[in-house]
Design a binder for this molecule. Structure first.
Ligand code: C5P
Ligand code: MG
Length: 286
C-alpha cells in the first residue's frame, strides 16, 4: 500500500500493527490529524557526505561569533555529555540531571559570547545545517492539507526557526516549543528563557499551558517523529489520542540501539537521511 515502507532502511517490529494504525488514521480523515516532531536530527540531517551535520546548538558553537577558547569549551562539553545522552545502559533518572548540567553549562558559555540577535540569520546561512531530503514535500503537504505541525525541540528555538524560514517552509500551520534566546535591550544575548528543555523532559512538564493541545482536542490521530528515546513522550500533552504512529530515525550506534528502538517506535528508519517514508505515509493518508 505504501512502497516507501519497502525501503531497505525501514524496520518494524510489527508490520501488521503499523498497517492497522495507518489505515485507521486514513479512515478517520485528515481533519483529525496532527503531526508532532522533534527538530534536530529528525527534520534536520544527521550526516552528509560522511560528515556530521550540526544541531541547532552546534550551529552557534561553531559560528564565527564564538572565540576559539569558547569553541573549545563547548566542544569539550559535547564530547563529555553526548555519549551520556545516547548511552543505552544508563537510566533516565541518571541522565536527566546530567542533561540539565550540559544544557546549563552550554547556555552559560554561549551567554558570555556577546552574540547579537541581528547576526543569527548570517550564522545560520554560514552553517552546514541541512534539512532532510524531501523536506519541501513534507512541510508543503502538511500546510496544504491544514494539518498542524508541532515542533518540540530541546535545541535553540531562534536558530531552528531561522533554518525553517531560510528554507522557505515556515508556514502558518507550524508551532514551535523550544529553548529561546533572551536578548537585552541592545540585542545582545544574556541568557535563555525558561523552562529549560533537554532531551529527556520533552513532555507536559515544560508545556506551561497545554492550551495548544486543548485547541487541537479534535485531532485524535497523531504522527510522531523523533530520533531520540526522549522524543517518545512529546505527545503526552494531547488530550485524547485515538491513533498514534511513532516513527523514529535511528542515526547513530545503530546496532547497539536497534532493539530498544524497535520496542519503542512503530517504524524505525536506520541511517535514512530522507523524509521519504513519512512523505509516503502522508501521501497515502491524503
Ligand atoms: O531532542 P532534540 O533533537 O530537540 O535535542 C537537541 C539535540 O541537541 C540533542 O540531540 C543533543 O545531542 C544536541 N545538543 C547539542 N549541544 C548542546 C545540547 C544539546 O548539540 N549543548
Ligand atoms: Mg533530535
Amino acid at each position: 500500500m505504501i512502497v516507501e515502507l519497502d525501503k531497505m532502511t525501514v524496520r518494524m517490529k510489527n508490520p501488521d500493527h503499523v498497517r492497522g494504525i495507518i489505515s485507521s488514521i486514513k479512515k478517520d480523515g485528515i481533519n483529525k490529524l496532527q503531526v508532532i516532531s522533534d527538530f534536530d536530527m529528525t527534520l534536520s540531517r544527521f550526516g552528509w557526505n560522511g560528515r556530521r551535520c550540526p544541531t541547532s546548538h552546534n550551529i552557534l558553537d561553531n559560528s564565527h561569533v564564538i572565540t576559539e577558547e569558547g569553541k573549545k569549551e563547548l566542544k569539550d562539553l559535547l564530547h563529555y555529555y553526548y555519549p551520556i545522552e545516547i548511552d543505552p545502559n544508563r537510566t533516565l533518572e541518571e541522565k536527566c540531571p546530567l542533561m540539565v548540567e550540559w544544557w546549563t553549562r552550554a547556555h552559560d558559555l554561549l551567554s558570555q559570547q556577546k552574540i547579537l540577535k541581528r547576526d543569527i540569520a548570517q550564522i545560520v546561512k554560514e552553517s552546514e545545517v541541512m534539512l532532510r531530503d524531501g523536506f519541501n514535500e513534507f512541510f508543503d503537504q502538511l500546510h496544504k492539507n491544514n494539518v498542524p505541525l508541532f515542533i518540540f525541540s530541546a535545541g535553540v528555538g531562534d536558530i531552528l526557526e531561522e533554518i525553517i524560514h531560510q528554507a522557505n517552509v515556515f508556514h502558518p500551520n507550524i508551532n514551535v516549543v523550544s529553548n529561546y534566546m533572551d536578548f537585552d535591550d541592545y540585542g545582545i544575548l544574556r541568557g535563555f528563557k525558561s523552562p529549560l528543555i533537554h532531551t529527556y523532559n520533552k513532555n507536559n512538564s515544560v508545556l506551561n499551558n497545554t492550551e495548544y493541545f486543548q485547541q487541537l482536542s479534535t485531532k485524535t490521530s497523531i504522527i510522531l517523529l523523533g530520533d531520540s528515546i526522549g522524543d517518545l513522550t512529546m505527545a503526552d500533552g494531547v488530550a485524547s489520542v485515538k491513533n498514534i504512529l511513532k516513527i523514529g530515525f535511528l542515526n547513530d550506534k545503530v546496532e547497539e540501539h536497534r532493539g530498544k528502538y524497535l520496542e519503542s517506535y512503530d517504524i524505525v528508519l536506520e541511517r535514512d537521511e530522507t523524509l521519504d517514508v513519512v512523505n509516503g505515509i502522508l501521501h497515502y493518508i491524503f
